[in-house]
Design a protein around this ligand. Structure first.
Ligand code: CA
Length: 406
């Protein structure tokens, strides 16, 4: 049974003569893409079509291994590399073709890709097409625009409101084909039943008034109706650009059928995400940042009365309670650690000897956030890293002041 429903549509809009957008909706591969091409002499169409075809062809070649790879952490890293390589390859081929054909010189394209593999999904992204996730009544943009104004907003130079009207609003800082290579954003995350994804070109994103509006629209039960509804909205609002929309939804398992084995875990995953969302470390994080932090965690269960950490033992992680309760016992007293609370935040920064015993007060589920992987994430993603380290700094200083007895 295919658990995903999907539907896609592209439209030239009201002002343009050509449609330079291309998209893919391949349910058998679990592969969805939106590419928005640019370049004179209809070269934009060529670039976006090439990107879709080249990436799809390469992923199809290795698709037989995906189900095995996604089961392990190393395999997941290999999958991310495969997707990244496919996008880089498309970039290189578009660049080379443009170099050989004077009429296509300077052609390029955005690319936003979603690959769903059972309960995991991968995003790859370059440019200003977008991937949105609608989950449990809330919408999040998982992709970050690679535009000049998005950089200004991120650096605090421009407000998000002014960004929309900025004369350089559409100037891309990254795209496929303009140079021989490109830096690709990738993200791996869990898919929960009911999750609805929308990929779209800027012709749709720019026409939407607010995330509240999009939230209401994506609440529609019938996925097959959504792309037409969204394209119509953009056309009614002027249709000044090509409009492309792909919607993908993970079906909810009917309550009266047996859940497939890998879907049994999902309520736990939703709880983990909720716990992480309210954790000090994730304060003011965007959804993609939250998902990256969740990828650093291992989930463990422990029975009532069991000890999961001893005084003097080396710890290089932080423990967060998901369900149940723990008790910290040390030379300066004892403290309960309840749901959403943590123990050993300093373990994220440096391995050290534990100064407390950690004992389960009841049957408990907890997450371990791995310190080494945490530091690697802060290095690989500096802007997310600054936010995480700041949140950690605030918490550690709060704990120090607390320990000082004031
Ligand atoms: Ca466009």
């Amino acid at each position: 049974m295919n658990r995903f429903e999907s539907s896609g549509l592209t439209d030239v809009g009201q002002k343009r003569e050509n449609n330079e957008d291309s998209f893919l909706c391949d349910r058998s591969l679990g592969l969805y893409m939106v590419c928005d091409g640019m370049g004179g002499h209809q070269a934009g169409e060529v670039a976006s079509r090439m990107a879709v075809d080249i990436v799809a062809r390469q992923l199809e070649e290795s698709h037989a291994n995906f189900a095995d790879l996604v089961k392990t952490e190393d395999g997941q890293q290999a999958l991310l590399s495969l997707v990244e390589t496919a996008v880089e390859r498309a970039c290189k081929e578009i660049y080379q073709q443009a170099a050989q054909n004077p009429k296509q010189r300077g052609m390029g394209t955005t690319l936003t890709l979603l690959l769903v593999l059972g309960e995991k999904a991968i995003m790859a992204h370059v440019g200003d097409s977008r991937l949105y996730l609608y989950r449990a009544g809330a919408i999040d943009q998982l992709s970050h625009d690679h535009t000049f104004v998005a950089t200004l907003v991120q650096n605090g130079v421009l407000s998000p409101e002014d960004a929309k009207r900025h004369p350089y609003a559409n100037v891309l800082t990254r795209c496929l084909g303009i140079q021989e290579s490109v830096l690709v954003d990738t993200l791996l995350f869990d898919v929960l039943p009911g999750d609805t994804f929308m990929l779209c070109s800027d012709g749709l994103a720019g026409a939407l008034e607010s995330s509240e509006e999009l939230t209401m629209l994506l609440d529609e039960r019938d996925v097959t109706k959504l792309p037409q509804t969204l394209v119509d909205i953009a056309n009614v609002r002027g249709g000044s650009d090509n409009i492309t929309c792909v919607v993908v939804r993970a079906k909810r398992a009917p309550a009266d059928t047996l859940l497939e084995a890998d879907f049994n875990l999902t309520p736990e995953r939703q709880i983990q995400l909720n716990v992480m969302r309210s954790l000090f470390l994730c304060h003011e994080l965007r959804m993609d940042g939250l998902l990256r932090v969740l990828n650093l965690c291992d989930v463990n269960a422990v029975g009532a009365g069991e000890m999961l950490q001893k005084q003097g033992e080396r710890i290089d992680y932080m423990t967060v309670v998901v369900k149940g309760a723990l008790r910290e016992q040390g030379p300066i007293g004892a403290r309960d650690v309840g749901v959403g609370e943590h123990s050993g935040a300093s373990g994220l920064l440096q391995a050290h000897k534990s100064n407390v015993d950690l004992i389960a007060k009841e049957n408990t589920w907890y997450l371990r956030v791995n310190g080494e992987r945490f530091l690697r994430l802060t290095q690989r993603r500096p802007s997310l890293g600054v936010r995480l380290l700041r949140n950690l700094g605030v918490e550690l200083s709060r704990e120090l002041v607390g320990a000082g007895g004031d």
